[in-house]
Design a protein around this ligand. Structure first.
Ligand code: NAD
Length: 787
C-alpha cells in the first residue's frame, strides 16, 4: 500500500522495510501470547482473547490472552517472592543484568523496530531511529544507576512490588521508562502493556530470560483496562506507575486511595508551541513537524497548541501549509514516509469525530490531502481562527491536528500557554535568549524546550504538573519514584499529654486566633475549641476553622506569589531571622512544652534545640538546593530546575508540636512555597503561638497561614480547593484515604503519612532532603546551541 497524497515532485516509489523476520517470529509463537509469570510463559486455551491487529491493513498479528484474576494473583505473588533476593543481589549484580538487556535489545533492534511498526502503525523510520534507540539508552543509563545505587542512594531502599501500566503510543519506549529504573533500584515488577500494542513487550519478555533476569523479577500480564484496574488496586502491590489518559489516572487515584501505595501518574497533555515574532520561522516549522506530526501526533507532549505572535501569524500559517503539502503518508514500513497509520480504527474515528464536532464551534481547517480511512491514515491538519475556549484548543486530540491561536504580548503568550488543565510540556521559539529564559520558568509544565520540541533522554526527567499527573521518569529524580527512605520508624513520642476528660477549672481565658495573610483573625463561624495542658488544666481556646477560613487562608497564600521568585539568599535570611527570634524565647517555650505536653525539661529542651537547628538547616538549604545540568547526547544543555510547588497545604502530625510545625513550614518556605498549616489537633496552640515569632521575622504576609480546628474536615476542604497545588499530610488512615479520593478530581500532588511514621528528633528522618524534594517539582529546560 502506498498512499502518496500530495506532493507530485516527490512521487517516487515505496522503500519498504522487510517484515519477513517479524512475521517468522510471530509464527514461531503461533500468533498467540499469554502471560509471563515467575519466569515462565503461561498460556490458557480457555482465556478470552484480544486481537492485536496491524492498523495499516487490519490483518491479525497475534491473539493476546487476557489474564485472569488468578493469573494476576500469581504474578503479584511471584514478584513478592522474588523481591528480597533481587534487592540483595546488590547494585552491581543488577547493573550487569540491565546491561545485558540493553545489549540484547541492541542486537535485535531491527526486528523490534519492525514489530513495533507493525503493531502500532508508526513509521519505521521513527521506530528504528527514535523509539528503539531511546529504549536501549534507557537500559544502559539505568545499568549505570544500579551500579551507583549503593553510594548515591545509601539512605534509601527499594519499594517492593511495583505495578506498571503503559499506553500504546510508544510501547517499548514506555516499557523501558518503567522497567529500567524500577529494576535498577531493586524492585520487582508486574507489567501490563496496552491491549492494542503488546507485541514488543512480549518480545522483551523473551529477552528477560536470556539476560538472566531471575524468575519472578519481571512478570507481564496482558489484557485491557479491566485487568489494568485490578492490577492497580491489587493489595499485594506497593507502588503503581501509570502512563495513560487523565481519566484513567483519576480512576486509579480513587481506587488506590487509602491503600498506602506510592503512585506516579504520567497523563495527557495539550502542550503549547509558542512562536515569537523574532523566531526563526523556518526552524519553527520544522519544529512543528517534529512536534505534532511526529508519531501521527499520538504523543502526550505533542505541541498541539500553536501560539503565534500576531505580527508573524499569517506568514507562519502559509509556511506551515506549504510544509504540510510535502509530508508523505503511507505504509508504516515505507522508509520514506513521514506519517503512518493511527493506532487503530477506534482512534482514527475518535480523531475524525473530534475534529468534525469541534469545527461546529467555528474555526478553519487546512488539510493538504484527503482523509483515508483505509489504513487509518489521517492527514496533517492545521486549524486556525479559534480562541482558547474552543474545545479543540482545550481537549487532547491525540492525532496529527495542530490548532493555532495568536497573541500580542509576551505576558499574553504565558497566560495563554498556562490556560489549560494540563501542564506536561511546552516549547518556546525565539532567537532572543533573554526572552526564552524569562518565559521558560513562567510556563506551568514539567518540560520546556527552547527552539526544539520532543527531545527526550534517559538522563533527563520527564513528567507533568496539574492534570498531566505527578512524578518524573528519567533523570536522577525519576529514581526516587522507585525508592523509599531507609528504616522510618515510629517516633519516640515525647509528647505525653492527652486531653483529659475532667479538666481542672483554673483557666485564664486565652483565645488564640488564626493567622491569615499576616494578620491574626477570628474564626468565621465564631466557634472556639478548648485545649488543655498535660495536667488537665485549661490551656487556651483556639478557633474552629470552617470552609470559609480555609478559603481565606488559600486566598492570602495566593496573593503572596512573589515569595517564589525571591532569591534563595533572601529566603534564607528570613528563616535565619525566624531562628534567632525563636531562640530568644527559649525558656518561655521550654516551660510551655513542659506544661502543655507533660514532658520533662530535658525532653522539652531537646525539642526546642532541634527546632532551632532545623530552621538553620533549611535556611542553609534555601540557596543550596540546586538543580542539575544533564549531559544528554545532543548539542545543548538541559537544565533541571527545582521549582516550588506553589501553595502547599500542610496537615501536621500530632506529636512534638513545636518541632513538627517547624519541620513542615521551614523546608516548604525555604523552597519558595506558601503554606497553609492545619496544626496538630491535640496541641494547636503551639503553632498559633509561633505566630508571634513569625510576625517579628519579616516573613511576608500570606507566606505562612495557620487555621486550626477539626483536622479531617479541614484536610478534606483544603485538598478539594482548586488553588492548592499540593498537600503534605500526617494523619490517621481514614483521613488519608479520604483526601486521596478527593485529590482524584484535579490530581493534586500528595505526600501522605500515617501519624508517627518517623522519629522527628532524629535529623536523618525529620529533616532529610526528602522534604526538599517534596517541596519542589523539577522542570527540565532543554536549550540546544549551534547551527
Ligand atoms: P488509557 O488511559 O486508555 O490506557 C492506558 C493503559 O491503561 C492501557 O494499558 C490500558 O489497558 C490501561 N487501562 C485502561 N483503563 C484502566 C483502568 N481503569 N485502570 C488501570 N489501567 C487501565 O490511555 P491510551 O488511550 O492507551 O493512551 C493515550 C493517553 O496516554 C493519552 O492521554 C496520552 O497523553 C497519555 N500518555 C501520557 C504520557 C506521559 O508520559 N505523560 C506518555 C504517553 C501517553
Amino acid at each position: 500500500m502506498t498512499l502518496l497524497k500530495s506532493f507530485k515532485d516527490l512521487d517516487y516509489s515505496e522503500a519498504l522495510e522487510s517484515d519477513k523476520e517479524a512475521h517468522e517470529w510471530l509464527k514461531l509463537n503461533d500468533h498467540r501470547f499469554g502471560q509471563l509469570i515467575n519466569g515462565k510463559f503461561i498460556s490458557n486455551k480457555k482465556s478470552k482473547l484480544i486481537a492485536s491487529l496491524n492498523p495499516s491493513n487490519g490483518k491479525l498479528l497475534a491473539n493476546i490472552e487476557i489474564a485472569s484474576s488468578e493469573q494476576l494473583d500469581l504474578a503479584v505473588e511471584a514478584a513478592r517472592k522474588a523481591q528480597p533476593s533481587w534487592e540483595l543481589l546488590g547494585g552491581h549484580g543488577r547493573a550487569k543484568i540491565l546491561y545485558a538487556l540493553a545489549r540484547l535489545l541492541q542486537k535485535h533492534s531491527r526486528l523490534i523496530s519492525v514489530l513495533e511498526t507493525l503493531d502500532n502503525g508508526k513509521p519505521i523510520r521513527e521506530s528504528r531511529d527514535i523509539d528503539i534507540p531511546l529504549a536501549i539508552r534507557h537500559f544502559y543509563h539505568h545499568a549505570g544507576w544500579a551500579q551507583l545505587q549503593g553510594k548515591e542512594f545509601s539512605s534509601y531502599q527499594s519499594i517492593g512490588v511495583v505495578a506498571q501500566i503503559v499506553p500504546w503510543n510508544f510501547p517499548l519506549l514506555m516499557l523501558s521508562w518503567k522497567i529500567a529504573p524500577a529494576l535498577a533500584m531493586g524492585n520487582t515488577i508486574v507489567f501490563k502493556a496496552a491491549e492494542q500494542t503488546p507485541i514488543s513487550a512480549m518480545f522483551f519478555a523473551h529477552l528477560c530470560e536470556q539476560a538472566g533476569v531471575p524468575p519472578g523479577v519481571v512478570n507481564m500480564i496482558n489484557g485491557d483496562g479491566n485487568i489494568g484496574a485490578e492490577l492497580a488496586a491489587h493489595k499485594g502491590v506497593d507502588k503503581v506507575a501509570f502512563t495513560g489518559s487523565t481519566a484513567v489516572g483519576q480512576s486509579i487515584r480513587k481506587s488506590t486511595a487509602g491503600q498506602g501505595k506510592k503512585l506516579t501518574l504520567e497523563l495527557g497533555g495539550k502542550s503549547a508551541f509558542i512562536v515569537f515574532e523574532d523566531a526563526d520561522l523556518d526552524a519553527a516549522v520544522e519544529g512543528l513537524v517534529d512536534s505534532i506530526w511526529f508519531n501521527q501526533g499520538e504523543v502526550c507532549c505533542a505541541g498541539s497548541r500553536l501560539l503565534v505572535q500576531a505580527e508573524v501569524a499569517e506568514d507562519l500559517h502559509l509556511r506551515i501549509k506549504e510544509r504540510i503539502k510535502q509530508l508523505r503518508l503511507g505504509s508504516p514500513l515505507d522508509k520514506s514516509i513521514d506519517l503512518g497509520s493511527l493506532v487503530s480504527k477506534t482512534q482514527f474515528n475518535r480523531v475524525n469525530e473530534m475534529v468534525k464536532d469541534g469545527l461546529k464551534h467555528g474555526g478553519e481547517i487546512y488539510q493538504a490531502c484527503d482523509i483515508e480511512s483505509e489504513g487509518n491514515l489521517y492527514p496533517p491538519t492545521l486549524i486556525t481562527n479559534i480562541d482558547s475556549s474552543h474545545p479543540l484548543a482545550q481537549e487532547e486530540i491525540f492525532g496529527p491536528v495542530l490548532v493555532s491561536m495568536t497573541f500580542r504580548t509576551q505576558s499574553e503568550a504565558v497566560e495563554l500557554a498556562n490556560n489549560s488543565r494540563y501542564g506536561l510540556a511546552a516549547s518556546i521559539w525565539s532567537e532572543n535568549i533573554n526572552r526564552t529564559m524569562d518565559v521558560a520558568p513562567k510556563i506551568k509544565a514539567g518540560v520546556v524546550w527552547i527552539n526544539c520540541h520532543n527531545q527526550f533522554d534517559a538522563s533527563c526527567g520527564f513528567g507533568g504538573v496539574k492534570e498531566s499527573g505527578f512524578g518524573r521518569e528519567g533523570g536522577k529524580e525519576g529514581l526516587y519514584e522507585y525508592l523509599k527512605p531507609n528504616g522510618l520508624k515510629s517516633s519516640k513520642k515525647t509528647t505525653a499529654a492527652l486531653i483529659t476528660k475532667n479538666p481542672k477549672n483554673n483557666a485564664i481565658d486565652r483565645t488564640l486566633k488564626f493567622y491569615i495573610g499576616g494578620k491574626q483573625v477570628r474564626p468565621d463561624g465564631g466557634h472556639s475549641i478548648a485545649t488543655f495542658n498535660a495536667d488537665g488544666s485549661h490551656a487556651a481556646f483556639v478557633g474552629a476553622g470552617n470552609r470559609k477560613d480555609v478559603r481565606n487562608a488559600v486566598s492570602a497564600a495566593s496573593k503572596a506569589s512573589s515569595w517564589g521568585s525571591q532569591s534563595g539568599h533572601g529566603r534564607a535570611q528570613i528563616i535565619y531571622f525566624l531562628a534567632e527570634n525563636l531562640s530568644v524565647r527559649e525558656s518561655e517555650w521550654i516551660q510551655r512544652l513542659i506544661t502543655l505536653c507533660g514532658v520533662s525539661k530535658k525532653q522539652a529542651k531537646a525539642e526546642f534545640d532541634e527546632s532551632i537547628s532545623r530552621l538553620f538547616s533549611y535556611a542553609a538549604w534555601a540557596d543550596k538546593y540546586d538543580g542539575a545540568v544533564h549531559s544528554a547526547p545532543y548539542r545543548g544543555i538541559t537544565m533541571a530546575l527545582p521549582e516550588p510547588i506553589g501553595i502547599l497545604a500542610q496537615i501536621a502530625p500530632e506529636e512534638l508540636p513545636l518541632l513538627t510545625s517547624i519541620s513542615l513550614i521551614a523546608p516548604a518556605i525555604a523552597m519558595g512555597n506558601r503554606v497553609v498549616l492545619i496544626p496538630s489537633e491535640r496541641f494547636p496552640s503551639v503553632a498559633l503561638e509561633l505566630v508571634q515569632t513569625i510576625e517579628t521575622s519579616d516573613v511576608p504576609a500570606g507566606v505562612v497561614n495557620i487555621v486550626s480546628g477539626n483536622k479531617r474536615e479541614l484536610a478534606e476542604q483544603i485538598v478539594g480547593h482548586a488553588e492548592v497545588d499540593g498537600t503534605w499530610c500526617w494523619a490517621d488512615q481514614e483521613t488519608i484515604a479520604s483526601i486521596e479520593a478527593i485529590s482524584a478530581i484535579d490530581l493534586k500532588r500528595l505526600w501522605v503519612h500515617e501519624d508517627s511514621d518517623r522519629d522527628w528528633l532524629n535529623p536523618d528522618q525529620g529533616e532529610s532532603l526528602e522534604f526538599l524534594r517534596n517541596a519542589t517539582e523539577v522542570k527540565n529546560i532543554w536549550t540546544p546551541y549551534g547551527d
